[in-house]
Structure formats: C-alpha cells, structure tokens
Write a protein that binds this ligand. Structure first.
Ligand SMILES: Cc1cc2nc3c(=O)[nH]c(=O)nc-3n(C[C@H](O)[C@H](O)[C@H](O)COP(=O)(O)OP(=O)(O)OC[C@H]3O[C@@H](n4cnc5c(N)ncnc54)[C@H](O)[C@@H]3O)c2cc1C
Length: 280
C-alpha cells in the first residue's frame, strides 16, 4: 500500500502578526513549524504502516524553506518526501491548494497508486478545514473527516473502518479505498525522532516538483486559480482573565462568592430581575 500525508508549514501561532495594509500574515522573522494536526496525521500513517505495511510519502506545498517540515517527516519515519514549490503556487486559496495537492497525488500514483491520503483536520493558520475534503472530491476518494481512530484496514478487501468525532459523540463508519482521512489531534501521539533518523533526514533527498512536473494548469494554481480574497482580517481582542474562586474546600462557598460578585454589578442585577419577571 501507499499512503500520502499532506503537511503544511505554518507560522508559530503565538507570534502571528497581520499586516494592516495588505491583510496578510507577516511572515518575515516569524518562526515556522509543521502544522500539529499534520504531524498527528503522519504518526497515524506510520502506525498503519507498522500494522499493515505501506510506503509513506510526505507532501508539502510551500516555499523552499518548507522542506524543514518534510525533513521532520523523514526523521519520524516517512519513506519519501516531495516539496511542491513554484512561484506560480503562491497566494493559493483552498481551491487552488487542493487542486495542486491532488495533481501531486495523481503524479505519485503514476509510479505507485495511492491507497490512503492523510491530512490534518485543519491548518492552524488558515483554519478552513477545506483542503482535505477538496482533495477527496477532486480525486473521487472516500472521505473520512474528524477521524479519531482507524479501527481496521483490510488491504485485501480494500476497505477501512474509522471512528470519527460528531457533535455530542462519535460515529463508526466504513468505506472503500482509496480514501482520505482528515484527522483530529486525539488520533495519535507523535513519536520523537531517534538521533540516527534525525541525522539521516538532514542528508536525505527531497524531491522538488513545480507546476509542470505535476501537469497542473497555470490558471488553476496559486493566485490565478484562487477566487477567494480576504476582505479584512484581525486578531481577536485579548480580554482580561476573569476572577476565579477555589471550590476545593467548599463548592457552595465558591458559588456564593461568584454570585456575590455577579450581583454586585448593577447592570447584571437589573438584567437578571427583568429576565426573572419575564420568565414568571
Ligand atoms: C489567516 C488566513 C486566513 C485564510 N483564509 C482563507 C479563506 O477564508 N479561504 C481560503 O480559501 N483560503 C484562506 N487562506 C489561505 C489558506 O491558507 C490556503 O488556502 C491554504 O493553503 C489552505 O487552507 P488552510 O490553511 O485553511 O488549510 P486547511 O484546509 O485547514 O488544511 C487542512 C489540511 O490540508 C493540508 N494542507 C493544507 N495546506 C497545505 C499545504 N500547503 N501543503 C500540504 N498540505 C496542506 C494539511 O494536511 C492540513 O491539515 C487563509 C490563510 C490564512 C493564513
């Protein structure tokens, strides 16, 4: 079997700044890292590889320095890594990103068909969670989103069964391969790379593919292929942390103190009395 894992390089969110002129992220001087959901997806792929046998290819679309997330993937145990890097890919929205990644997965498949694509549920910068489903739709893959666990994978029958998160609980679904999983952080705990793997990953070859290498149409990649434009963007205002009451010794004393604080606010009291009358 052959698994492809999509890994996005993202800015370290604690340091994200937005350019008020252009409404884009200020990336200069900002530390980058692999999207945490994608490292979980990689760990899940490596776990499945160990159980069922497979080749794991890590894929990333990004600038040349995004090769660091691929080296991380190799150090953890990925067999191969491909960086999709071309000036034409810049400024991609989720439509163009999913198109580019799906063309790369198609290209991988010309050598060895891809049975399973694993993505993070979402990237922690763009946060849309659209790219995985976009790839699945373009390639006609069975789509398993919000995945918590793969209960079994049957390479002979070419099916898998997964547990996925739904509101208020979880759901068990099964479906045919080839499939795409978009994974939750709870799915796996990423391993630490061993020192020899770490050293080997620094010397490993990373394939670099441009638009031509994946047979992508120039009008469907990057900014040209992106109908989305961000009109405005802002960081949420940080609010002062509210008061806390320690309920370890007495819950009722803590609740009384909290209510006392709430009712010391005249607006709250007036609103409460009004609501109480309306209910009555
Ligand atoms: C602050 C911000 C806001 C944005 N808002 C929008 C928006 O509203 N609409 C829009 O279309 N685009 C938006 N974008 C652009 C968006 O970053 C790109 O489309 C991006 O490449 C994919 O979208 P995402 O980051 O939301 O990823 P998601 O769809 O959340 O990512 C899901 C998964 O897809 C895979 N993946 C995503 N990108 C890559 C990649 N480059 N390489 C490898 N795997 C990848 C990863 O496995 C990831 O976990 C925004 C970007 C930023 C930084």
């Amino acid at each position: 079997m052959h698994f492809a894992v999509c890994i996005k390089q993202v800015p370290d969110t604690a340091e994200v700044k937005i350019d008020p002129e252009t409404n884009t992220l200020v990336r200069a001087g900002v530390e980058s890292m692999a999207n945490p959901y994608d490292i979980t997806a990689l760990e899940a792929a490596l776990g499945l590889k160990e159980k069922y046998g497979a080749r794991v290819t890590a894929l990333s679309m990004g600038p040349p320095q995004a090769d660091s997330v691929l080296r991380q993937a190799l150090s953890m145990g990925a067999d191969d890594a491909v960086l999709l890097c071309d000036r034409a890919f810049a400024g991609a929205d989720t439509l163009a990103t999913s198109y580019t990644l799906s063309k790369a997965i198609e290209t991988l498949g010309t050598v060895e068909p891809v049975d399973l694509v694993l993505c993070g549920k979402q990237a922690i910068d763009g946060d849309t969670a659209q790219t995985g489903p976009g790839i699945a739709a373009r390639l006609g893959l069975t789509q398993f989103t919000y995945v918590l666990d793969v209960e079994w994978l049957d390479p002979g029958k070419r099916r898998l069964q997964a547990r996925r998160k739904v509101e208020g609980g979880m759901e068990v679904i099964s479906g045919p391969l080839p499939a795409l999983l978009s994974v939750e952080l709870e799915m796996a705990t990423p391993r630490r790379a061993s020192l020899p793997m770490l050293i080997a990953s620094l010397r490993a070859e990373i394939k670099v593919w441009d638009a031509k290498a994946i047979g992508a149409r120039a009008d469907l990649v990057g900014i040209k292929g992106s109908p989305t434009w961000v009109k405005a963007i802002a960081s949420p205002q940080l609010h002062r942390a509210g008061p806390k009451w320690d309920a370890a010794e007495s819950v009722s004393a803590a609740v009384s103190a909290a209510l006392g604080e709430l009712f010391s606010d005249r607006d709250f009291e007036a609103g409460f009395a009004k609501g109480w009358k309306a209910e009555g």
